[in-house]
Design a protein around this ligand. Structure first.
Ligand code: 7XF
Length: 405
């Protein structure tokens, strides 16, 4: 395919030639655990890497290779690895890179299970985890050392929407032994491509926007071919065994075909919802990169193509008022996960980030009253109407009138 071919077209066509598969518009689903060899020599050569024969589905299948080539292309990396979950991607990558005595520098705010993996998993194997406010790159300059093997951040961060200047971090890590790994789950490559900004690796929970329909769990690591080979043949094959299923490969290939259309609408809806919330008297704070008063608005404009479908906000009152607001919603579902067609809301402190203690929530800048909204693809008027009736009921129930100031 011509190298000027646009993202949307590549998301639909890259790497697949229907003519080689009887004209089948979609690639076959390889429902197999193993691949037969013509003879022992061919099998031995395959294990030695001297031919391209598929061996066993823990190492890959033809449709997995297609999916990986397509994702690598969309993220601007040399290679990709598909995994059984986002956590499978993160753990397979980290286990492949670090050894006892090494240090990982991670941003202050992380998705709950990533935090738990570092804090309760890697730490006990003699790896030092240093949390650092990476929104200020000077902080990284001051602490990075030759022990640092990974610098890790989500941007926007789950759940509080803090952004990291990816290019500025890459300028620092590029002269060191540390790999800069960015979790791009909130954006998808349609909105942000960290490798183009200098990141070494990108990880994804493909469970979210890439699949897009809330019907699968999967993940990706994308980056240079050499590192990806290590992650596949060591991290995934030997350490985590986090193998994506044949069905999920097919579902993600389908999801990617509409990624751009869905993301455009997620962003359009989220902008309208964010403006609605921002103007409401019972909403005390809204964190959305597309609002001009968002603290890191300029950075959002610089590195994200659009502002995304995720909003964090707080209603006035306390944890109880926030919970009651969620309970009042009728169409919007109270559920974790994000990036689905359905609008979902959840309370991070008691759900996605409940792996943090109360003290850790405070240290990691996750407010106990924060609510997280994943704006879906329903008609935006219906989304806003549901939020509106819930806020009205909240004000009646708690007799709340106006936000202070
Ligand atoms: O293993 P998963 O596919 O669930 O992906 C893990 C993961 C990695 N990075 C980010 C930024 C994520 O948000 C996730 C999963 N997050 C879900 C959520 O925040 O709702 C998990 C539900 S507990």
């Amino acid at each position: 395919m011509n190298k000027n071919t646009k993202f949307q077209t590549r998301a639909i066509h890259h790497g697949y030639d229907a003519k080689q598969f009887h004209g089948s518009l979609n690639p076959p689903i390889y429902m197999t655990s193993t691949f037969a060899f013509d003879n022992v020599q061919q099998g031995a050569d395959a294990f030695e890497g001297e031919n391209n024969h598929y061996i066993y589905s823990r190492l890959g299948t033809p449709s997995q290779s297609l999916l990986e080539q397509r994702m690598a292309n969309l993220e601007g990396g040399e290679a990709a690895l598909a995994t059984a979950s986002g956590m499978g991607a993160i753990t397979s990558a980290f286990w492949s890179i670090v050894a006892p005595g090494d240090e990982i520098i991670a941003d202050t705010t992380l998705y709950g299970c990533t935090f738990s993996f570092l804090e309760h998993g890697l730490k006990k194997f003699g790896i030092t985890i240093t949390y650092c406010d990476l929104t200020d790159v000077e902080n990284l300059k001051n602490i990075i050392s030759d022990k640092t093997k990974i610098v890790y951040a989500e941007s926007p961060a789950n759940p509080n929407m803090r952004l990291i200047d990816i290019q500025a971090l890459a300028d620092i890590t590029q002269d060191t032994d540390a790999k800069l790994i960015i979790d791009n789950t909130y954006c998808s490559p349609y909105l942000q491509r960290p490798i183009e900004m200098g990141a070494d690796l990108v990880v994804h929970s493909a469970t979210k926007y890439l699949g897009g329909h809330g019907d699968l769990i999967a993940g990706f690591v994308i980056g240079d071919a050499e590192t990806l080979e290590t992650i596949r043949y060591y991290g995934l094959k030997d350490m985590t065994g986090s193998v994506i299923s044949a069905m999920d490969i097919a579902l993600i290939l389908r999801g990617l075909k509409t990624l751009h259309v869905r993301m455009d609408r997620h962003c359009e809806n989220a902008m309208k919802v964010a403006k609605y919330l921002d103007a409401h008297d019972l909403v005390s704070k809204v964190y959305y990169p597309g609002l001009p008063d968002f603290e890191q608005y300029d950075l959002a404009q610089k590195q994200m193509d659009q502002s995304g479908g995720m909003i964090a906000f707080e209603v006035i009152g306390d944890r109880e008022t926030g919970a009651e607001f969620i309970n009042q919603l009728q169409m919007i579902l109270c559920a974790v996960s994000l990036g689905d067609t359905e609008t979902l809301i959840q309370h991070p402190a008691s759900m996605t980030h409940s792996t943090y203690t109360e003290e850790e929530l405070a240290e990691h800048l996750i407010s106990p009253t924060l609510l997280r909204l994943s704006v879906g693809l329903e008609d935006v008027d219906d989304i806003i109407a549901d939020l509106d009736q819930a806020l009205n009921n909240l004000s009646l129930k708690f007799n709340i009138l106006k936000k202070a100031g």
